[in-house]
Write a protein that binds this ligand. Structure first.
Ligand code: AMP
Length: 125
């Protein structure tokens, strides 16, 4: 069920539980401020999620509240994942759903890194 991204951060969300080690994950990359892991239900041959370790609901929440160090770390982590997975070889797509209209299901900022195959049109018409 898509969430309202204007809600305060919820400590019980799935990715907060991953970060606390309460749920397993298939880690691709861990940095000081970010974690990247394989999506549990991949939609492309390469489908990795990159999340900040801090409690941010959305991109705009993160951009407003995160420290410069967290933002630099996160942006670099996304690029590193694109390189590490080989997604950058033939092209990839970054996606971050925010709020109900985009279908965001987990209320912790995440960037999807898709690659490994042609990805089709940007949006269904
Ligand atoms: P979104 O719809 O943008 O909020 O995407 C949430 C993503 O999280 C979906 O692609 C799910 O397949 C993925 N997901 C949910 N639970 C887990 C989990 N425990 N480990 C990895 N990915 C997950």
């Amino acid at each position: 069920m898509p969430i309202d991204a204007k809600r305060p951060y919820e400590e019980g969300n799935i990715f907060a539980r991953v970060l606390r080690g309460e749920l397993p994950n298939k880690t691709v990359l861990e940095t000081e401020h970010s974690l990247a892991f394989h999506d549990i239900s991949p939609l492309a041959p390469i489908h990795v999620l990159v999340i900040p370790k801090g409690p941010y609901v959305s991109w705009d929440d993160f951009a407003a509240k995160a420290s410069d160090a967290e933002i630099v770390d996160f942006v670099r982590a996304v690029g590193e994942v694109a390189r590490m997975t080989g997604a950058n070889a033939q092209g990839y797509r970054l996606l971050s759903n925010v709020g109900k209209r985009s279908g965001q299901e987990v209320p912790h900022l995440h960037v999807h890194v898709f690659g490994g195959a042609p990805l089709g049109p940007m949006l269904a018409r």
